[in-house]
Ligand binder design. Sequence first.
Ligand code: AMP
Length: 193
Amino acid sequence: MIIVLLGPPGSGKGTQAALICKKFGFFHFSTGNILRKKVKKKTKIGKEIELIINAGKLISDKIIIQIVNSKITEKLDHYKGFLFDGFPRNLDQAKALDNLLNKHSQSLTNVIQLYVDNEEVLKRLQKRKLEEKRQDDNEDVLKSRLKVYLNETKPLLDFYQKENKLNKINGMQTINDVNNKINDLILSLKSTW
Ligand code: AMP
């Protein structure tokens, strides 16, 4: 089963992804985590990636798609499914994902949108800034990340709606309630899958 989790920064994607992957034995396919690991290695490419992340911009599609391609190959046989968190982030990446999955005789099962309104997103990101001390959680970078989400990632909702693959879940409930709703949804997808 291949699921994409979509939502703005601060919508709880990372938290929910970890819970879902633990329960269903999926690989937590977080492009943000993969990139942060590369940054830690302090290689030339790692340093370039760091600058882009810290500006709140997107890494080039070419690099991201290469990373995703090699991870799919590496992980496909070892997990019951994939839960994409932070990928795709624009239309070209969404089309590339379809092609990559196709190449591996797989296809996207469903997309789960975590809906959180702007006010709540800002509140949560302020809190995360204090707790996690992520370099890309400062105010200017956050503005840029939210803008990128609205301009580039949000149009994916229409794209997946047209493919009849979109399910919307209210992310402004407790972690537990959101998780229960997602679990129910995945179980229902499993029975038809
Ligand atoms: P995340 O942890 O998903 O919020 O990602 C943190 C940062 O990593 C983003 O703001 C981007 O700079 C970069 N990034 C993560 N995933 C992607 C992606 N699919 N395409 C381009 N850049 C990405």
